[in-house]
Design a protein around this ligand. Structure first.
Ligand SMILES: [Zn+2]
Length: 410
């Protein structure tokens, strides 16, 4: 067995937070000096980022770039909406939208090596890479990181479950990279065929990893960690072995903003992940990803000092407007997580006498005053008053939606 004990990939991961902030802003300045991406330079000039030192105050005056606007921007201006520095582009990808993404020069352009290292991948591992190699960049992100670590790749791609399972066995694969659902399918097929796969580590991404699925993988001896990234910028955050959120990578400046007011949310509150990529190839300034998350800054026992992102808690598009206030399922999940005595819950939005009503229905063991405490938490997190009803066990179905809009218009 390889030594997979947790070590830092680079001393940079343990920088004191203020030194990291200074390093990142200094890096932004270098990137803006190096890049020839016209749209980035225009925005940076307007914000005063080209004249003086780069500061958060100046960066925050740059208008947010919405991911959903990229198809139109890219169709209207070459190259890639004016955000790419064309002489640096080495590969071009196409994601649904269509949104095109460039890969720049150099090893590990997408920043995956520290991610794989934290997940226990080491030199000499043989890794089945089951992300797609076609048109989208996920497989290439993992490729870059594994090459830098000195691991050996089986470029499995998507599909061909039986062939991939047999190849992974015959080639002695010790690592897996891909979606959690494909790993589950692969293990199931291997069991049917009596192929004893010997994965020791897995890096999964691009989908939620339900805790029960992680437990199943880990019960088979597969250490499983997650990463978060986007096709536009590459890796953004990754789990360490403590698996309590994902440490931010230094290659991006990350903000969590209220999607409607564009103000930063308070620590621990749900906001939209907005990313500035510190790379001259595609220096997107303030890309609003549409993903909702929350950030924790309390110290992690692993020694990495970067704040941790709480995974993807939802998408901005899932919001429902109640009494003029946007409400996200992710906020409601955050409310419920503060009341472990609540076994099942559902929020309803109804219209009564021309007024929106927010109703929370709870299956809970708690006393009646739980309803009051729950309503208080709803108020704190969402700013909305809710009517809380305790309902008998079995009223709510497993897997029912967290938020149901029962209003009918017209
Ligand atoms: Zn950690």
């Amino acid at each position: 067995m390889r030594d997979r004990s947790d070590t830092l990939y680079s001393p940079q991961e343990a920088l004191p937070p203020d030194e990291r902030a200074a390093w990142q802003l200094g890096r932004l300045r270098e990137v803006l000096r190096e890049t020839r991406a016209p749209a980035a330079l225009e925005r940076a000039r307007e914000a005063g980022l080209l004249d003086g030192p780069c500061t958060w105050e100046r960066l925050r005056t740059v208008p947010v770039l919405r991911k959903e606007d990229l198809p139109a921007l890219q169709a209207g201006r070459w190259p890639l909406g004016g955000w790419a520095s064309w002489e640096r582009v080495r590969r071009l990808f196409r994601s649904p939208g269509p949104i095109f993404e460039p890969e720049g020069p150099g090893p590990d352009y997408w920043g995956c090596a520290p991610v794989l290292h934290a997940a226990g991948f080491r030199a000499g591992d043989v890794v089945l890479n089951s992300f797609s190699y076609h048109l989208t960049p996920a497989a290439w992100m993992v490729e870059g990181g594994l090459a830098v670590l000195g691991a050996v790749v089986i470029p499995g791609g998507v599909g061909n479950t039986e062939i991939q399972a047999r190849a992974a066995f015959e080639l002695g694969a010790t690592g897996y990279a891909g979606t959690p659902s494909f790993l589950a399918a692969l293990l199931e097929r291997a069991d049917e065929l009596r192929i004893p796969l010997r994965f020791e580590v897995a890096l999964v991404s691009a989908e939620p990893l339900p805790p029960a699925l992680r437990e199943r993988f880990e019960a088979r001896g597969i250490r499983t960690q997650q990463a978060y990234g986007t096709a536009d910028v590459g890796m953004v955050a990754y789990e360490c072995p403590h698996k309590q959120g994902m440490h931010l990578l230094d290659r991006c400046l990350v903000e969590l903003l209220d999607p409607y007011t564009r103000e930063p949310v308070r620590l621990g509150e749900v906001g939209e992940v907005v990313v500035t990529l510190l790379d001259p190839t595609y220096p997107l300034l303030r890309l609003a990803t549409g993903d909702l998350s929350a950030l924790w800054e309390d110290p992690c026992p692993c020694g990495r000092t970067a704040p941790r992102l709480q995974g993807v808690l939802g998408r901005v598009a899932e919001a429902v407007k109640v009494r003029g206030v946007f409400l996200y399922p992710a906020q409601l999940r955050a409310v419920a997580s503060r009341h472990p005595e609540v076994r099942r819950y559902q929020f309803l939005v109804r219209r009564s006498a021309d007024r929106d009503e927010l109703i929370a229905r709870l299956e809970a063991a708690g006393p009646q005053e739980l309803a009051e405490r729950f309503a208080q938490t709803v108020r704190e997190v969402t700013g909305l008053r809710a009517q809380v009803e305790l309902v008998p066990d079995g009223t709510l179905e497993d897997g029912a939606p967290v938020l149901v809009d029962e209003r009918r218009w017209g």
